[in-house]
Design a protein around this ligand. Sequence first.
Ligand code: TMP
Length: 245
Amino acid sequence: MTNLQLIEENYMEKKEKLYEGKAKIVYSTEDPGLVIQHFKDDATAFNAAKKGTVANKGVMNNKISTKIFQFLEKEGIPTHFEKYLNDREMLIKKVEIVPVEVIIRNKAAGSLSRMLGLKEGAPLAATVLEFCYKKDELNDPLINEYHIKALRLASEEEINQIKRYTLKINELMSKFFANLNLELIDFKLEFGRYKGKIILADEISPDTCRLWEVGTGKKLDKDRFRHDLGNIEEAYQEVLSRIEK
Ligand code: TMP
């Protein structure tokens, strides 16, 4: 196939902007079941109290997310991923996002360390699964399954499915990154409803995971931006290079 044919094959016309978030934009397409997810270089932290841009971040996160979604699909996890379109865009299924962020923690870090007074990197005797209510005005508060049901954010059956997928994804991704000499400390997932079923949505990237280099403990994720550690672009590039090897 020539380059031009490839470009044509991957071309999808964007119709209208449906949603713009902190790091991504979603556009409609001529197909009502599919939308385009566009990755920006914008970075925010602490509910957008800190703002900046990271050169090329959108391009790297689009590629990293693509690889991880393809890997998870191959391992039997249904995701919204359809097709890599170009540097900053992927075609995805149009889902109704469940307004709950699901976090897995394999070691203490970030808000768990703050909340429970644990040292960064402290081992946990068991994996921790947390839910946060996706609501910027409230700063995405930590909630539990009773809150989810009380607010009708998801049904009991949906919560159970989300938990099963999340724990399986943790197993799969922990191994995936261990093979790249990276330790998956924690990560955040979002799920959506598609044709009555729960599927994995959003993105999986160094914006949404904590990844530490095995041996050195070097942080290769958004904590470099959150805490002004420098070399942010290099860290994301390092993750991408290891995935592409
Ligand atoms: P936390 O320790 O700040 O609660 O973050 C836990 C994990 O979730 C970490 O890998 C970063 C990710 N995360 C997001 O993807 N989006 C968010 O808005 C927050 C707060 C965390």
